[in-house]
Design a protein around this ligand. Structure first.
Ligand code: TYD
Ligand code: MG
Length: 448
């Protein structure tokens, strides 16, 4: 196959073999061998020697990174203020989450602003892509489209004076330089490596789409993360159409940023505001609001709890969007330190809007929602809870309090329950430093 020589390298220990092996003879790992080019043939300039000489660090100038603002605000935010010229951005996510949609929307806005770009798809036919572009109401005259699954085809056209290349997806293009099938670790790594080289030598900005499988990404974007400059992951709640674009790695900005979108009839729309609050007209017990941080942003999130009596000896604990072990701990603290009984109750916890909370700052709201459901007392809708709960029953302050407070004020909250020493002229602050005090407060809200 081809003129190039390839070899197989164990991705766990680096052992080399001329042919593929199921089990690594050195480290014993299974299915770890991936194909790559022989070092001699490698395009790696270091292997060939590239006449680079050391220079004094202070003599290096012209570091100004040129950024393009895509015009999609949430995307520019997660990229750290626009996309850097000559950088490689990997966009990962499960099938159907909206990767191709956002790529085409990006192509639309960049094309409109006079950038030369090519959208290369190995996944869909030209007609399918045209249908999507019509659905998105895109000005399609500015977008060059190439449908191919051959990486060599891609290279021929990609070098033709483009500012941007979009490859959708890295798993569906195959290089003839390697004999392994498309989508394997060796292939996706080789292709990504070549695209990075193209980006760096020509100053072309490259977006690469990577498919992630539900069961943890075989040959998925994980093996590419160290090669590229920026890694964004798309996740979300399919039912509600919510999509989160999360920065996992960024050489040109901070990680942990989150962009919010909603999948609509015609494409992804940016979202701001109180998407995570589901309260309609009638209030029920078991709902509490927490301001949680995602990256540099704060969201008010509604925690919903249901504690319902059960006659089974082992009651059920179920959680959606919040760590189940943490939920069990909070329930145990409420029992032991607060005197509430959950031994004969099933507990269900849900975070409205499909957000996954990874912070402990929402502990107090989780406890409040649980206590509210257990005692059937409706919490006032304009109250937010902030605090981390310890095994002793103490509620402790958390970081970024002023940002959380500002977001609560912005969305109309009137009352903040927190252990922190703060003052506010916009909110009534109720200082709550342990579980007992929290339960006492909730009992004081019993309707009379
Ligand atoms: P797609 O971008 O193809 O996902 P991916 O490339 O990540 O596999 O789109 C996913 C879903 O979005 C698909 O089920 C159809 C839906 N969709 C909309 O709801 N509205 C739209 O405007 C578009 C283009 C797609
Ligand atoms: Mg797609």
């Amino acid at each position: 196959m081809g003129k190039t020589k390839t070899r197989y390298v164990c991705s766990a220990c680096g052992s080399v073999s001329p042919k593929w092996l199921g089990k690594c003879p050195d480290c014993g790992g299974w299915n770890t061998f991936a194909e790559e080019l022989e070092a001699k043939e490698s395009v790696n300039p270091v292997a060939r020697g590239s006449n680079q000489k050391p220079v004094k660090l202070r003599d290096i100038t012209g570091l100004e990174t040129l950024r393009y603002i895509t015009g999609i605000g949430e995307l520019d935010l997660v990229l750290g203020g626009g996309v850097v010229k000559g950088s490689v951005v990997l966009v990962g996510g499960e099938p159907g989450i909206g990767k191709s949609t956002i790529m085409l929307q990006i192509a639309g806005v960049l094309g409109n602003s006079g950038k030369r770009l090519i959208y290369i798809s190995g996944e869909e036919s030209a007609e399918q892509i045209k249908m999507r572009s019509d659905r998105l109401n895109l000005e399609s005259g500015n977008i060059d489209l190439l449908t191919t699954s051959s990486f060599e085809d891609l290279l021929i056209y990609a070098e033709g004076g483009y500012d941007f290349i979009i490859v959708d997806s890295v798993q569906t293009v195959t290089s003839a330089e390697l004999s392994s099938a498309g989508g394997t670790v060796g292939q996706v790594r080789h292709i990504t490596y070549r695209l990075v080289e193209l980006a760096k030598t020509r100053g072309i900005t490259v977006f690469i789409v990577g498919q992630v499988t539900k069961d943890g990404a075989i040959a998925g974007p994980k093996v590419l993360e160290h090669l590229v400059d920026t890694v964004l992951y798309f996740e979300g709640d399919y039912a509600r159409g919510l999509r989160l674009l999360r920065t996992v790695k960024n050489r040109f900005g901070s990680t942990g940023e989150v962009g919010l979108f909603e999948m609509s009839e015609n494409g992804l729309k940016e979202v701001t505001g109180d998407l995570f609050i589901s309260r309609g007209g009638e209030d029920t017990a078991g709902q509490a609001i927490a301001p949680v941080m995602e990256g540099s942003r704060t969201f008010l999130v509604e925690i919903q709890a249901l504690a319902s009596p059960t006659f089974f000896p082992i009651p059920k604990r179920s959680s959606n969007g919040f760590d189940i072990n943490r939920l069990q701990m909070i329930a145990a603290v409420l029992e032991k330190r607060g005197g509430l009984g959950f031994f004969n109750a099933d507990i269900y916890l849900n975070v409205a809007g499909g957000l996954r909370i990874t912070e402990t700052s929402a502990d107090a709201a989780v406890a409040a929602a649980l206590a509210s459901s257990a005692s059937n007392i409706i919490l006032p809708a304009d109250t937010v809870f902030i605090g981390e709960i310890g095994l002793s029953g103490a509620i402790r302050p958390v970081s970024n309090l002023s940002m959380r407070l500002n977001e609560a004020v912005r969305l109309g909250a009137k009352r903040l329950c927190t252990p922190a020493e703060i003052k506010s002229d916009k909110l009534e602050i109720i200082k709550i430093t342990d579980i007992k005090a929290l339960i006492k407060l909730i009992n004081s809200w019993r309707a009379f």
